[in-house]
Design a protein around this ligand. Structure first.
Ligand code: ASP
Ligand code: MG
Length: 486
């Protein structure tokens, strides 16, 4: 449908549009893609932290704190007016300022109304939250229109059609595709760069909705899918996915390519570059997704693909999740009858507490949870069923890689690399692509360094950015010694 055009959806997150300088940088990055013969469609988040502040204003208003709500709005107003002044030139400064003033007047009216009735519905929350992307996308579209990009703002609500589940609406993909063909494709054919806000949409009746927090990636994927894009780029402020946390292991490497499933496992364990569920629409259509750094645009980032490329290094990345608690439930009083596990999980369900890892034996069940303030209550309920012990300050190490599937001896290598560390619980995920185990929080750094050293000593250069590896820390080479002497 897109003819010979190679469409690239470029999504810039909040930190990539946090101020005038960052926004100006996005224009250069988009220009770079055009220079490569690509046809960009730009999706932007709200400026960093703006959505949080809008939601804070809404809840202040709900509490009846009208002054507090309006004060937040006034700070947001100044921030946007200042950015527009810094970015735009000529008559468009005044016209954009005027438009922004109108938006903030409407927002303030809304907040006053909320404060008067002290009531906030999900529908109204979406309306308040939508201002962030409405403001950023319009301002950025205006900036791009003043350059050779020939930018043009498109209100995402005309394209992203959703159901009316406010707060986390479900997109209606066929309708979205239709709207994109109507409203975006003709602009591309005329050589424009369309700029849309992420996160926001509207029902068929035109009521504003949102796709849930962090939803701009989802918008990017929906647009990529709807326009059958050649690629989707998620611009953030990190160089993609790393082999582990570089704060723990300074020689961590960038992972050049990773599968959707691997990225999904890692995201769950806190390596939150993006939530892979949000790029599913693109992955299903085999559109490659790139995670890139707008503060280091020449870095190649990480490519996320539907199918993993073969790697001779078994693991792609080691994720760490700290601050966990292990709960042991020992059925000394009640044998493991059917329904027993259900009874245990019902307790967690009742307290809305997510369980990370489970391991069972004939008489006991061990579970791990994020440390949370419901623990005492959960333990009390569980003790109705069995004896319960719980212990905090645990950490989970999760090693992910499609190439461990069916490989022998990997577990032996893992546990011999950390043989000095006391391992409490082990699980090989049902997905067969992750091995996780629980250790004491104090042992994390040493364990991760040993594992990284073992598995990434000689990493596959096809998969990992080996070229960027710093030469072994400050080991003087003969040449450097000779240079110092002379
Ligand atoms: N601005 C929205 C949020 O902060 C959406 C996004 O940035 O992806 O949740
Ligand atoms: Mg985000």
């Amino acid at each position: 449908m897109s003819g010979k055009m190679k469409i690239v959806v470029m999504k810039f997150g909040g930190t990539s549009v946090e101020n005038a300088a960052s926004i100006a940088r996005t224009a250069e990055i988009v220009e770079g893609r055009r220079a490569r013969g690509l046809t960009p469609v730009v999706v932007v988040s709200a400026m960093a932290k703006v959505t949080d502040q809008l939601l804070a204003a809404a809840s202040a208003a709900e509490r009846g704190d009208r002054t507090g709500a309006l004060a937040i709005s006034s700070r947001l107003r100044n921030r946007h007016l200042d950015a527009a002044s810094a970015l735009l030139t000529g008559a468009s400064v005044a016209s954009t300022h005027m438009w922004m003033e109108e938006q903030f007047q409407a927002l303030d009216d809304l907040l006053r109304g909320l404060a008067a009735v002290q009531e906030l519905t999900p529908r109204t929350t979406d309306l308040v939250a939508s201002y962030g992307e409405r403001l950023s996308s319009r301002m950025i579209g205006e900036l791009y229109s003043q350059t050779s990009l020939n930018g043009i703002h498109v209100d995402a609500r005309t394209c992203i059609v959703t159901n009316s589940d406010h707060g986390k609406a479900t997109p209606l993909e066929e309708k979205i595709e239709h709207q994109l063909r109507q409203h975006v494709l003709p602009l591309l054919e005329k050589g424009h760069v369309p700029v849309l806000g992420g996160f926001i949409g509207a029902t068929e009746k035109g009521v504003t909705t949102t796709l849930g927090r962090g939803g701009s990636d989802f918008t990017g994927a929906l647009i990529g899918r709807g326009l059958n894009a050649h690629a989707i780029e998620i611009w953030t402020d990190v160089n993609g996915i790393m082999t582990t946390d570089p704060r723990v292991c300074p020689d961590a490497l960038r992972v050049k390519t990773i599968s959707f499933e691997e990225a999904a496992e890692l995201a769950y364990f806190g390596a939150k570059v993006l939530h892979p569920a949000t790029i599913l629409p693109a992955v299903q259509k085999n559109i490659p997704v790139w995670v890139l750094n707008s503060k280091d645009p020449s870095n190649q980032g990480t490519q996320i693909t539907a199918i993993a490329r073969h790697s001779r290094t078994p693991f792609k990345s080691i994720a760490i999740k700290r601050k966990l608690t292990i709960i042991d439930v020992v059925a000394s009083r009640m044998l493991m009858t059917h329904g027993y596990l259900k009874a245990i999980f019902d307790v967690f369900n009742k307290h809305k507490c997510a369980v990370d890892m489970v391991s069972t034996s004939e008489v006991s069940v061990s579970l791990t949870v994020d440390s949370n303030d419901r623990l005492a209550a959960i333990a009390a309920d569980l003790s109705q069923l069995a004896d319960v012990k719980y212990e905090g300050r645990k950490a989970l190490i999760c090693m992910v890689g499609e190439n461990i599937r069916g490989q022998r001896g990997i577990a032996a290598q893992v546990f011999s690399a950390i043989r000095h560390v006391n391992v409490r619980m082990i699980s090989q995920g049902a997905s067969e692509i992750n091995m996780s185990f629980m250790i004491e929080e104090d042992d994390v750094e040493e364990a991760v360094r040993s594992l990284h050293q073992h598995f990434f000593q000689d990493p596959d250069p096809e998969i990992f950015d080996v070229a960027a590896r710093k030469p072994l820390a400050d080991v003087p080479t003969e040449a450097s010694v000779a240079a110092k002497r002379s």
